[in-house]
Design a protein around this ligand. Structure first.
Ligand code: BES
Ligand code: ZN
Ligand code: ZN
Length: 520
């Protein structure tokens, strides 16, 4: 999709489809919907009157109404063949994320109708003076629009023979002419949106790949190719180095597979260098390219989903892609631990005891709790590479999905400042993470009679917390944020603004968290 930004009158240029946002001003239970367009253009308002008049269109989030020029709006004043009114929901709930979803809805509505070119009017919230909508940052609005549109454009039918090329050719985001300062803000947000969406779509493409295509070796090669292109340093190691580094926890998972593991290390160094003592951020990703459970094998039902058990790794790789292009003034090292978790004659067995790179001993009670094993060594290794602050992303536990469902991912931390920075990043990313505890009183959950700790909790209760407690041992005193994205990495249900399939969750939030440490 060729996406451009235009300053001028919405509808001033000819376009096959012009999309405009609407919110519902109604307040109170049972109140009749009162849709209001987010534009000050009377041409647009006149043209949309037919859709808004009869009360059918309620401007709920993701709702659309399509009016053709031939159906009666004055096409001469409005150079559009069709007008698409896109609902963003209640005015009182208005947010950047509604704009992101609205832009996505416009793109997917166009795609569904084989319209290959569209324009979306930049929302003018001042059109609603006096209502509860207050001005959102122009920069973040532009960014959210581009993100929503670019993410919505993709469908994951890559492997279907009847895959149809119905992608949008051209998208124009049309803002009315503003003062130079605001236009500059919109341009900056537009550029950022293109970068973040490209990174997230790169992540989604990795997560979409089946386990037979995307082995740890292939994940390493894709990360390396991205880094070469983006100007990042990247090293990809395998079995020998993992054993040489004494990463016995990582190796215990990797050794059961015929596919060699990959230890991927990516480094971003700001061009001007950084001050002595400045933070070094360590990003760590779980990259299990397929999780059978190992000897503690999973039931067959639903096991095919375990191809996305590398979504944390993909999020970290995607975030590095955006970091390379947005160039924050902070050093970042990323460590991805990638392996296939398989049963077999060489696989780790329940009861095995291994010594992690940190020196801590682990009793492997369940080989299906493999994510925390590879991350234990990944987190420790990131520290040896100089990381002063850690963040990890992992499809770590089914228990997190039981606890939070698929709308919020799990957030854990041992440090209030690092966690607060992450929570502030959510306001920009629009992603939903919900904090769960990992206080020291939970430590006894993973106490083993045999070794320093075991890789499962004493029983199933609070399984996401037990996993976090395990990782916390390896973060040690280093400020650390842990993201359990098991429930959010794959969209099981398509929405008006996003396709079924890989979501790319965590890329945008990790990126904003990193930017919050930038010295600039
Ligand atoms: N990869 C799974 C977690 C998962 C579940 C990811 C659902 C995505 C969707 C993880 O390796 C796992 O199997 N965890 C076990 C841990 C248990 C054995 C302590 C689980 O959650 O059941
Ligand atoms: Zn597992
Ligand atoms: Zn797993």
């Amino acid at each position: 999709m060729d996406t451009k930004l235009i300053f001028g009158d919405a509808g001033g240029d000819s376009t096959p489809m012009l999309a405009v946002f609407a919110v519902d001003l109604a307040v109170g239970k049972g109140a009749e919907a009162s849709p209001q367009l987010l534009t000050s253009s009377s041409d647009l308002a006149d043209a949309a009157a037919r859709a808004l008049g009869p009360g059918e269109f309620k401007a709920t989030l993701g709702e659309t109404a399509l009016i053709h020029a031939t159906d009666g709006f004055n096409a001469e004043e409005l150079q559009a063949e069709r007008l698409l009114v896109v609902g963003l929901g209640k005015a009182k709930d208005f947010s950047l994320d509604k704009i992101r979803k609205g832009a996505g809805t416009a793109v997917r509505a166009a795609k569904a109708r084989s319209v290959r070119e569209l324009a979306i009017a930049f929302p003018e919230t001042d059109a609603l003076a006096g209502s509860s909508i207050t001005g959102l940052s122009a920069r973040l609005t532009a960014r959210a629009m581009v993100e929503g549109a670019e993410l919505a454009e993709l469908d994951w039918d890559t492997y279907r023979s009847d895959h149809k090329d119905i992608s949008i050719g051209q998208l124009a985001i049309v803002s009315k002419v503003m003062d130079e300062d605001t236009q500059q803000q919109i341009r900056a947000g537009f550029r950022e949106g293109l970068i973040t969406a490209a990174a997230q779509n790169f992540t989604r493409a990795l997560v979409n790949e089946p386990g037979n295509v995307l082995t740890p070796t292939v994940l390493g090669a894709r990360a390396k190719a991205m880094c070469d292109e983006a100007g990042l340093a990247c090293e990809v190691h395998s079995s020998e180095k993992i054993q040489a580094l004494k990463m016995e926890a990582f190796w215990a998972v990797a050794k059961g597979s015929a596919e060699p593991p990959a230890l991927i290390v990516m480094t971003y160094q700001p061009a001007g260098g950084v001050a002595q003592g400045a933070p070094v951020l360590g990003l760590v990703g779980k990259g299990i390219t397929f999780d059978t459970g190992g000897i503690s094998i999973k039931p067959a039902d639903g096991m095919e989903k375990m191809k996305y058990d590398m979504a944390g790794a993909a999020a970290v790789i995607g975030a590095m892609h955006a970091i390379a292009r947005l160039k924050p003034v902070v050093k970042v090292v990323a460590v991805v631990c990638s392996a296939e978790n398989m049963p077999g004659g060489r696989a780790a067995k329940p009861g095995d005891v291994v010594t992690a790179m940190s020196g801590a001993t682990i009793e492997i009670v369940n080989t299906d709790a493999e994510g925390r094993l590879v991350l234990a060594d990944g987190l420790h290794y990131a520290k040896t590479l100089g990381a002063t602050h850690l963040i990890d992303a992992a499809t770590l536990t089914g228990a997190c999905v039981v606890a939070l469902g698929v709308l919020n991912a799990g957030l854990f931390s041992n440090d209030e400042t690092a966690c607060a920075k992450f929570e502030q990043a959510l306001a920009v990313s629009g992603e939903q993470f919900w904090r769960l505890p990992c206080t020291d009183d939970y430590r006894e959950r993973i106490t083993s009679e045999i070794a320093d700790m075991m890789n499962t909790g004493k029983n199933r209760w609070g399984g996401a917390i037990s996993a976090a407690m395990f990782l916390k041992e390896f973060a040690g005193e280093t400020p650390w944020v842990h993201l359990d994205i098991a429930g959010c990495a794959w969209n099981e249900e398509k929405k008006p603004w996003i396709a079924y399939g890989p979501s790319g969750v965590a890329v945008r939030s990790i990126l904003e968290w990193v930017r919050s440490y930038s010295a600039e």
